[in-house]
Design a binder for this molecule. Structure first.
Ligand code: VG1
Ligand code: CO
Length: 543
């Protein structure tokens, strides 16, 4: 094999966002676009010579072709070995696990996660470091710097490497190990959870539906839930990963997982429903006629963790992203453990997990995880719930009622305005930012502002600081309004409005969150002027 050096020029806008670089698929397929970014990763991390990398993706359109480019460029860079999932598939948590288990130096994940795929959908590339987690800001900064000065890339000339069977092959001097994407991950789950108890639960007639949304978790969920744990055939729906996710939007929420949602909201629905996203790191959990908000899910897992073998000894601490509701804070308080508040994006949890300060982490965006890997993990959260239900022998709604009775209920909702004009969105943020100093003491209907600021985070482990991480307004009684712009979108700007209200009166625990939050929603409108500035009457997605 010959290594070729190809002259190139910097391409604008290759700046990794909340979770890697995401662009429209045709942009990624453009001249040298992928090659420039991969070479910039190699350059940003000091080269890949002698290193071992993990490689896999969520199977979306362009996944296979991109994997071949990464393999050829890893070989050209002198990498010692690449461990790649069969058919270039690996869920994000499975990739994280492989990096850790095999002591690899890092990994490349080909995914735009919950964004739609296909020829006109989105594609993405993410670099994870040796701890198995998304590269921290210091590293992504170096990669971005490298994209701005790149002048050439290196690639081997070769035929495509066959990835259809588990095998070990070579590309030039580089070894390629093609692995079963599910095996190691399934083994890890069996270590953490009481599989016998979950098997008994399914044997007792407990019915479940898992919507894999034609994304990467299909093979994982089929193997673990149906083949290993004995859930009845058909429990996993949309189980075959498709390059365009069956024209769906692989985002597990009430809007996009509509089929599952409708089934769960009917009287004769299954006992338990769940869904996962494109790359398998998100989860939605829903009981019969009982939706569990992701923020509540994190709180419930924390409160019941010692019922699960992998967490029997208790939690070292918990962490949540800033916009995530404070439900878990109440659990941490009761348990007497630390609760950290980090900026949005899993990369900010890495140091806390590595330092043993937090065991469980979560985000309001359907992300929950623990120190078993360094990514959020969809199927893990689902198994955690199953394990708790198997031990407590109660329904999801009974468990939620018990939880709220103990800790109170943090009503919570997120309103997303998608593909908003970028200038209008930044104008809105500037408008709110300009009011922050004057807001405390002001009232909006029955709500009085107690504090308002722009969130900045000082990492307690390495001292790094992340600024400009969202605007937050706190109200008397613990309610909050948070505004931020998405860092994963590929079209215009996406405005996220996060709404929270603390309720301690048990008579008020069963309201529709949109009704319970009406005052906070009205305050958001008065403060931010969302309708006028975005030109929208209502959010595109409510979760
Ligand atoms: C969104 C979520 C964030 C999550 C990120 C990646 O980011 O809000 O909580 O970590 O997606 O998730 P943003 O910047 O668009 O709000 V995934 O499953 O798409 O990797
Ligand atoms: Co994801």
């Amino acid at each position: 094999t010959t290594i070729r050096t190809i002259p190139t020029e910097p391409i604008e806008g290759q700046k990794p966002g909340t979770s890697g670089l995401r662009k429209k698929t045709p942009v990624f397929q453009g001249h040298h676009y992928l090659e420039n970014f991969i070479q910039s990763i190699w350059n940003g991390i000091g080269g890949v010579e002698g290193k071992t990398l993990v490689l896999g993706g969520d199977g979306r359109h362009f996944n296979s072709q991109a994997a071949q480019v990464v393999l050829r460029m890893a070989a050209a860079g002198g990498a010692k070995k690449v461990i790649v999932g069969k058919r270039a598939l690996l869920s994000t948590p499975a990739a994280s696990n492989l990096i850790r288990k095999r002591g690899a130096d890092g990994g490349i994940i080909l995914s735009a996660s919950h964004n739609p795929g296909g020829p006109n959908g989105d594609f993405g590339v993410k670099y994870n470091t040796a701890n198995g987690g998304p590269a921290a800001e210091g590293v992504t900064g170096k990669i971005f710097d490298a994209t701005k000065v790149i002048s050439e890339f290196h690639i081997t000339e070769s035929h495509d490497v066959g990835l259809r069977m588990t095998d070990t092959v070579t590309l030039g001097d580089m070894e390629i190990e093609i692995v079963d994407p599910v095996g190691d991950y399934a083994a890890l789950m069996a270590e953490l959870f009481d599989f016998d108890a979950i098997r008994a639960l399914f044997r007792s007639g407990f019915r479940m539906r898992f919507d894999a949304m034609h994304a990467v978790t299909g093979p994982y969920a089929s193997r673990i839930l149906e083949e290993t744990l004995g859930a009845s055939p058909g429990t996993v729906i949309n189980a075959i990963p498709l390059p365009d996710f069956g024209e769906g939007h692989p985002d597990p929420n009430p809007t996009w997982a509509k089929t599952l949602w409708d089934e769960m909201m009917s009287d004769s629905g299954p006992d338990f429903g769940a869904a996962s996203d494109g790359d398998g790191d998100r989860n939605m959990v829903v009981g019969r006629k009982c939706y569990v908000s992701p923020s509540d899910s994190l709180a419930v897992l924390a409160a019941n963790a010692t019922l699960v073998p992998g967490y029997r000894d208790g939690l070292k601490g918990v962490a949540r992203s800033m916009p995530t509701s404070q439900a878990v804070d109440r659990v941490a308080e009761k348990l007497g453990i630390d609760c950290y508040e980090t900026p949005t994006g899993w990369k900010f949890f890495g140091n806390l997990l590595d330092a043993g300060r937090a065991t469980l982490c979560g985000e309001e965006s359907f992300g929950t995880g623990s120190d078993h890997v360094r990514e959020k993990d969809g199927l893990w959260a689902v198994l955690f719930w199953l394990n708790i239900l198997a031990v407590k022998k109660c329904s999801v709604s009974e468990l939620m009622e018990e939880h709220w009775a103990t800790y109170g209920r943090n009503y919570y909702s997120r309103h997303d305005y998608e593909a908003v004009d970028s200038d209008a969105a930044s104008g809105l943020m500037d408008h709110v930012r300009g009011q922050l100093a004057d807001l405390p003491g002001k009232s909006f209907g029955p709500l009085t502002v107690t504090g308002a600021d722009e969130f900045a985070y000082d990492d307690p482990v390495d001292g790094s600081r992340a600024e400009g991480q969202g605007l937050r307004v706190g109200f008397e009684g613990g309610g909050r309004l948070v505004l931020r712009l998405s860092g994963t979108g590929t079209e215009g700007a996406t405005l996220r409005v996060y709404l929270e209200k603390v309720e301690t009166d048990p008579a008020q625990f069963s309201l529709d969150p949109q009704d319970a939050l009406a005052d906070v929603i009205a305050a958001a409108e008065s403060i931010a002027g969302i309708r006028e500035r975005t030109g929208r009457d209502a959010p595109d997605v409510i979760t």
